[in-house]
Every structure is written in C-alpha cells, then in structure tokens.
Design a protein around this ligand. Structure first.
Ligand code: AMP
Ligand code: GLY
Length: 426
C-alpha cells in the first residue's frame, strides 16, 4: 500500500520513519516534508493546511491507500472531511471532532458537562471583563487564547499584573490573531505534567506508553512556553493505577461526551495532564500525536503502526494490542537561538551522519531544508535527537552524545531533559 503523511515537523519525520518500516507499505509520500523526511519519502510542496483540493488530487493520482495527518491545523480545517468526501481513507478526527483542540472553550465545557477533572475556568469575549475577573480572583491563573496558537497561546499569570498583561497581549495586541477573540482564564494547577495518548476508533480506546515533554525553553523549566524542547518515555509519574484512573475518569467520558454530541473522535487523543495532589486533571486536549512526544513513543513501539492506524479509521480497534520496547527513550530538541521569539534561518547543519551512526540514536528533522547540497535550518525547532537505552539515564547520555555531534550557528537546546524522572529513579 501507499501512505501519505501530511506535515513537515519532527512528529511527521518520526511517523514516516515508523510507517516506512511496515512490511505492508510500498511507498511513503509526504507533503510538505523536510530535508530528513526526503531521505525516506517522496516529498511534494503544495497547500496542505487549509485547502485540500490539490492534496486530494495528488493522493488520488499516486494511489494513496491511507493518509496520516500530523498537525492540528489541517484537522481543525476539515482535511478528514474533504478526503472522506472523495472516498480517501484518512487517519485523524474530522472537523467536528477536532474542535476538542481547536476551541479551548468547547473543551472546557465538555469537561464540565461530563464531570472530567480540570482547572476551574471562565471564558471572556471582552478584555475589560476578563481584567475585572482577574482582579476579583487575585490568585495565580493561566490566560489562554481560545483558538489554535501553535502551543504558545497559554500564558502564566502568577500575579494580577502578569495576568492582565497576558489578556492585553492576546486580546488587544492580538498576538495570536483570531485565536485570541476570546480567552479562557483558569486556576493554576500545581503538580507534575504528563502527556497521555490513546488511539481510538471513536468507541474503543487503546492507551499508548506514557511520556512527558518539556515545554519551557530553558533549563529548570524557566523561560517561555514552546512547542516542546524534549521528551521521554515512559514517564514514571504515570503509574498503572493512575493510567486506570485516567482511562476511567477522563478518556472514556471524553469520547462518550463527544459521541453524545455526534462528534465521533477517531485518531489519536492527546490528554495533557497535571498530576496534582488531588489526582490527575486535564490541562488541555489535542487531537493528534504530540511533538516531540511522538519522537519517543513511536521508536518505542514494537508493533507495526500501520494496521493500528487502519483499525482506528475502520472502527475495528477492539482487540488490537500494541507492545512497547522495554527501557527508555529520550528526545532532545535542538532549536534556533532566540526560539520561541525571533530567530534566523539558513544556518548550515553539520554532524547529522555522525549522530545518526551512534547505536540506537535517530535524528528526526523538524525545520530543515536542503540547499546547495547542504542541510540548513528553516524554522524554530530544528531537529530532535532520540536515543533508546535500557534505562533512562543511559538514554539521556546517549541523546546528548548525539547532540554533541551536531552543530549549527546559535543552536539552542536544554541540558536537563528527563530531570524529573531521573530524580525519581536515583
Ligand atoms: P496549553 O496550551 O493549554 O497546553 O498550556 C500550555 C502549558 O501551560 C501546559 O503544558 C502547562 O505547562 C501550562 N498550563 C496551562 N494551563 C495550566 C494550568 N491551569 N495550571 C498550570 N499550568 C498550566
Ligand atoms: N508537545 C506538545 C504538543 O505537541 O502540543
């Protein structure tokens, strides 16, 4: 069969890498892809985020049997609906279901209606009412743009002044454009975060291995919120008891709540959790694999991914089993200096082959492109170096060994990926 992967980041490189290993697959295509993906798949450049006619024409012309959508934007914009109308099989939620990520207000209401544990919240259309509310509660909050903001739309408001500034940035300066038409203001949850993923066919839910990412730009979780600076799996904070609780109190009520509104969620449901003293609470829902979490989860997945994706699409997930490699996987992201704020592009990257040659190390490209026979930087997060090992400490060491082989001007990476889990195990 032929598979098309949509997207061009580290998550999509990992999907292509895993799908390419399936004995069921003849050819893998990717739109738009990147320099690393181009080594495994045939990449094409065409609209893919919010206009799907050309993409569907392409899928028909090269006889794609399954399309796998990586990022949230095309899902929120209805790529699944557009492909299904043309009779094309596609993995991911349709527009009606992807609203679970695309609107934080929708997600919060769904949680309230279904008794799903989450932070108390209010939604505002009017910035001055939001500011009045912040002054009234006078305790630490998170201020969030209601729409999609590339993982950067949540701002900590630990003081009244900081929270008011966040409202101004989102609603008045419109840093995230229309995504900031409304804000959700919620209480700050205290605890340890974890990322919890399930495959689902809209009814049956199959959990993936646990993982945790590092969202802040600097060591010690300082700096700014980013798309993710590194990840590891498993995350010891997710015990088997906690997993049961999350499935029972969060995942099933979410899928059932969506079903009762006629929103059949098929694909990967990503539950961002805060494990508080009061138990796990939902920080956010996403409608896709995490990035960089996919870069540690898929390399740990022993089972062929393709039949699992097909079962989600076909509604036959019940009875499907997935096995995970023992040991740990760690991914360290290398970003452009300045990210998540302004950065320069076009820096030449060296050492990729040396890093890839290390045992159990794989370099997944995020924002790279080929230029005059060289690989150059082309965005904020440039690549992720993933290492597998029998234990977390060795995996961390191996990932940083890979990082030390790779060079580009002003490269930035965190030096403490996995620190919370290491503190638990040592
Ligand atoms: P979100 O865009 O909703 O995923 O938020 C991004 C990040 O902000 C999360 O991964 C958390 O680290 C943090 N965050 C968001 N909401 C809260 C909250 N209510 N309490 C504590 N941290 C939060
Ligand atoms: N790692 C965070 C995300 O994928 O949204």
């Amino acid at each position: 069969m032929n598979v098309l992967v949509v997207g061009g980041n580290g998550r999509e490189h990992t999907l292509v890498w895993k799908i390419d290993q399936s004995p069921l697959v003849d050819r893998v295509y990717c739109v738009p892809g990147n320099a690393g993906i181009a080594e495994l798949a045939e990449c094409r450049s065409m609209p893919w985020e919010d206009n799907f006619d050309q993409l569907a024409d392409f899928a028909e012309s090269v006889k794609i049997d399954l399309t796998v959508v990586g990022p949230e934007a095309p899902l929120a914009n209805g790529i699944v609906d557009a492909f299904q109308e043309r009779g094309l099989r596609v993995f991911g939620p349709n527009r009606n279901a992807a609203v679970l990520e695309a609107s934080k207000d929708f997600a919060k209401n769904l949680m309230v209606e279904n008794g799903i544990p989450t932070a108390a919240h209010r939604t505002f259309r009017n910035p001055y009412e939001a500011i009045a509310y912040i002054k009234e509660v006078d305790s630490p909050v998170f201020v969030k743009a209601v729409g999609l903001a590339a993982g950067k739309g949540a701002v900590a408001g630990r003081t009244v002044e900081a929270a008011i500034q966040a409202v101004k940035t989102i609603m008045i300066d419109r840093e995230f454009d229309d995504a900031g038409d409304q804000v959700v203001i919620e209480e700050e949850l205290i605890g340890e975060e974890a990322s919890f993923f399930v495959f689902t066919d809209g009814s049956y839910c199959l959990p993936l291995a646990s993982s945790q990412d590092h969202k802040m730009s600097l060591d010690g979780d300082q700096g700014k919120n980013t798309g993710g600076m590194g990840a590891y799996s498993p995350a010891p904070v997710i015990t088997p008891e906690l997993q049961d609780y999350v499935m029972r109190r969060i995942v099933h009520p979410t899928i059932n709540g969506m079903n009762s509104q006629g929103r059949i969620f098929k694909g990967v449901l990503y539950v961002g959790l805060m494990v508080t003293d009061d138990g796990p609470k939902v920080v956010e829902f996403n409608c896709r694999f995490g990035d960089p979490e996919a870069q540690v989860l898929l390399p740990r997945m022993e089972t062929d991914l393709v039949p699992v994706l097909e079962s989600c699409v076909d509604g036959t997930l019940a009875g499907v089993d997935v096995t995970w490699k023992p040991g740990s996987a760690v991914c360290v992201v290398m970003a452009s200096g300045g990210y998540p704020d302004a950065y320069e592009k076009g820096k030449v990257i060296s050492g990729l082959n040396d890093a890839n040659a290390l045992k159990d190390v794989a370099v997944f490209h995020a924002a790279t492109k080929a230029q005059n026979g060289q690989t150059v930087t082309d965005g904020g997060r440039i690549l992720g170096v993933t290492a597998l090992a029998s234990d977390l400490e060795s995996a961390v060491g191996r990932a940083y060994q890979g990082i030390s082989e790779i060079h580009f001007d002003q490269a930035h990476f965190r030096t403490d990926i996995g620190y919370r889990a290491l503190a638990r195990t040592t």
